[in-house]
Design a protein around this ligand. Sequence first.
Ligand SMILES: Cc1ncc(COP(=O)(O)O)c(C=O)c1O
Length: 436
Amino acid sequence: MTSNADLHARRQAAIPRGVSNSLAVYAERASNSELWDVEGKRYIDFASGISVVNTGHVHPKVKAAVTQQLEKLMHACFQVTPYESYVALAEKLNELMPATGPKKTIFLTTGAEAVENAVKIARFHTKRSAVIAFTGGFHGRTLACISLTGKVQPYKAGFGPMLPEVYHVPYPMAYHGVKVEDSLDALTQLFKADVDPARVAAIIIEPVLGEGGFHAAPAELLRKLRALCDQHGILLIADEIQCGFARTGRMFAIEHAGVEPDLMTIAKSVAGGVPLSAVVGKAEIMDAPGPGGLGGTYAGSPLGCAAGLAVLDVIRDEKLLERASQTGNFLVSRLKGLQARFPAIGDVRGLGAMVAIELVKNRRADAPDADLTKALVQAAARRGLIILACGMYGNVIRFLTPLTISDALLKEGMNLFEQALADAVQAVEGRSAATA
Ligand SMILES: Cc1ncc(COP(=O)(O)O)c(C=O)c1O
């Protein structure tokens, strides 16, 4: 039998360290919210491959749609001989985008590619070049995307120069004392000191920060950004790649604020595990670049589009918006219970089923505990639970269960989490006592 250790040794010899692994657990198969490694060990999956399988691993309806598509056509390239599933999925996403008026959709393959294309479209439409993004934001790993990403290590350092004319302002983080007015003041200062708003093509924002630690943008900020964009002819881009697709209890997280974006980037859960991404936007903006200016060989592959159509049916048929809210409520209430018992849990926050805790020393928001966070991820895996870390200081644990998870697995997973937290606290305390 292949072991995790053998595979990890081969991986270290064959694959660069730049692509890191959260766990040295080699996945063999998965079904809904469970995953089995090559040694046959079973895990409950609270990571969903970073929010990709909101509809669960290998959902039978998604699998059937992909299998059926495989029998007929694997690749044609939409730019050569188009196919119906691309058109049909675009029509559905246009209907779902929370904005009035006609909309259009282009498909791509990865989240980063969607962000790149949103910026290209915004620049072409506005004939402006500057872009404003947020500290703590994450938009992908291509050169334009790392320029927009608001975190130097490990994403930007050493990879420069960055795209010019990208500016960052603070993202509100209540737990860290960053308020909406801090973001707005920074924008005022930016327009006074650094860039003429008439040169700004777009403001890009994650309605809920993903990698940055699951802080939800207050509705007030999103409304004020909308007003500022309207005032200066700037486009508002909502990056819904991690927070979209039913994760927060709405199809798209920006809907909680009742704000209409001009463009929206989508990826991850759009196709239930098949690589697919999209830019959806107001038709007159999307139509700005001329023929040939947008596209990609694999962009909007027949397999991805077939999966995407099935994912939308699953979200509707299994009422996953409601399920996301129920799941989130359950997680938050269990985590608040743990917070009362474990001083290491400084904050519990969430929007729908996008839930996180922040691990700190002595209940202090300014004392992030990245060591405990790392230990907890490993301790959870030993107990049979997959969780993920994130956050500006590497001290946030995010909960991204499939939205199709059963109540029984949700409870079992939280029981494992509680045991793992006790293990990790004990291990880290033991280590500090030994070095004291
Ligand atoms: C908000 C957000 N934008 C963009 C991306 C980049 O997506 P991808 O990794 O598919 O390129 C991610 C990935 O985590 C993300 O969370």
